[in-house]
Design a protein around this ligand. Structure first.
Ligand SMILES: [Zn+2]
Length: 81
């Protein structure tokens, strides 16, 4: 039986580059989970922020009235990348 996986996206805290990875559904992490991942643009491993889907998150953040510190950080990274 084929195991279900889904795509999730992580954003580099240095340059805002979005990297997609496949994750098993049973192991999906919460939004803003941190994961060390290689950034091809920085050419180093950075502590990337899981945003799951850039377009969805950006839309949500733009419409949100009370942004947390993490929200603001992610929003500025999305715009940077
Ligand atoms: Zn980077």
């Amino acid at each position: 039986m084929k195991k279900k996986t889904s795509k999730t996206e992580l954003i580099c805290p240095n340059c805002g580059t979005v990297t997609s990875i496949q994750r098993k559904n049973s192991r999906l992490k919460r939004l803003y989970h941190l994961k060390y991942l290689y950034c091809y643009k920085c050419q180093i491993v950075t502590n990337q922020i899981e945003i799951k889907d850039k377009d969805v998150v950006e839309k949500e953040l733009v419409n949100k009235t009370h942004l947390t510190k993490d929200d603001l950080k992610v929003l500025s990274l999305i715009r940077k990348g």
